[in-house]
Design a protein around this ligand. Structure first.
Ligand code: GLA
Length: 387
């Protein structure tokens, strides 16, 4: 950690085109996993994420002019832009940062120019929310640097808006919340409507979490994601015509859906998944409280089936890894995680079986697809912090 800090600071001084010696701030903001509750956040439902031990790091220092100079260690790329002429660029790594700055300016926050270096160890495109981590690290760093006095909830909302406006993904609040509010060894049950949180100790005993990255980058993710979101809105609008108190899918029961939406339609199929997923999550939390991991794991498999067949956000590689896991007794739960169309599966597996499972699953995956999956072990960690 100390070495990373020194490297980030040195890099920032090297990159800086400003003359003055200013204080350097370094922030760490983690990626996330989600145990259950997928595609529920933008429907005001529940999610069960946790922050992980892989993070985005930004180091920043003020400038005396209005220039913003950004450098990405990962892409070995830089960009300079004036605060007064902020626009999305063709460099997507920079847009996550610029989107946050744009939101802060729109809120009326007073900023000067600054130099920023970004680095991190969250695999990109694996469904671990590396983009939210960058946005949260940026907003947290800006809050410190310019003493903006934002709460963590305000920061999460700003980061979410940045994703909507500069990355073009109309995402929910889960990723940002998990990154900013993570707690070591705890999962967060977040009510995405009230933003109420409950922390559950995650004590899997003889079991552990293992991620298997398909290495398929979710290229359809943003366009199809937005389509799913509007299909859900379409469903709730149909129900609202009869039940005026409905503001979105969170308020819709299966009975209402059956009554108001054609059961053969795609919209029905999508909405049914979300309604059932919310119920599954609440029951899954009870399983965790009762220490019934077997019951929890079964729900993960069911979630995957829904995501694959009803919500249609999986892909053949994810389906393959989940089916392979289902046929392996030491794996008690497995499903695709995150937005979908690639990225990784999350598996609840007996600790002692991890290495043999990785070996067998990788060999089978290679035979099927001619490439290797990437196993990722994670531990549940604290949220965004100053280093
Ligand atoms: C992506 C989005 C989240 C959430 C998940 C699906 O990670 O950023 O807001 O919708 O997909 O659960």
């Amino acid at each position: 950690m100390n070495q990373l800090l020194t490297e980030l600071k040195n890099r920032l001084n090297k990159e800086s085109t400003s003359e003055r010696q200013e204080e350097i701030i370094v922030v760490q903001s983690p990626g996330r996993i989600n145990l259950i509750g997928e595609h529920t956040d933008y429907n005001d439902g529940y999610v069960l994420p946790a922050a992980i031990d892989k993070a985005a790091y930004v180091s920043v220092k003020k400038r005396t002019d209005s220039k913003v100079h950004l450098y990405s260690v990962l892409f070995d790329d830089s960009i300079e832009i004036d605060l007064e002429q902020l626009l999305p660029t063709t460099k997507s790594w920079a847009n996550y940062i610029l989107g946050v700055i744009d939101q802060l300016l729109k809120k009326g926050c007073f900023l000067t120019g600054f130099d920023l270096v970004i680095d991190g160890d969250i695999p990109v495109g694996a469904g671990l929310s590396s983009s939210a981590a960058v946005e949260c690290a940026t907003v947290f760093a800006m809050n410190e640097l310019f003493d903006l006095k934002l709460t963590r909830t305000e920061m999460a909302l700003i980061a979410q808006q940045a994703e909507h406006t500069y990355a073009g993904v109309n995402c929910g609040i889960m990723d940002m919340y998990a990154s900013l509010f993570g707690m070591k060894d705890h999962v967060i049950r977040l009510d995405c409507r009230s933003l109420e949180t409950e922390y559950y100790p995650f004590e899997p005993g003889n079991y552990t979490l293992l991620l298997m990255d398909t290495q398929v980058k979710h290229s359809l993710a943003s366009s199809e994601y937005n389509v799913r979101r509007s299909q859900c809105e379409e469903g709730s609008t149909l129900v609202k015509q009869k039940h005026s108190m409905v503001s979105n899918l969170r308020d819709v029961t299966m009975q209402m859906l059956d009554e108001c939406v054609d059961a053969d339609s795609i919209v029905y199929q999508r909405c049914r998944f979300v309604i059932e997923e919310n119920i599954r999550l609440l029951e899954g939390c009870a399983d965790l409280k009762n220490g019934n991991l077997i019951a929890f794991g079964k729900k993960m498999f069911r979630t995957h089936e829904g995501l694959s067949k009803e919500y249609e956000v999986s892909c053949k590689e994810l389906d393959f890894l989940v089916s392979f896991a289902a046929a392996n007794e030491p794996v008690i739960g497995s499903r695709m995680m995150g937005g979908g169309f690639g990225g990784c599966t999350i598996n609840l597996i007996k600790k002692e079986a991890v290495s043999s499972f990785i070996e067998k699953a990788s060999a089978a995956y290679y035979t099927e697809f001619g490439k290797m999956p990437l196993p990722i072990t994670v531990s549940i960690s604290d949220g965004t912090k100053l280093l």
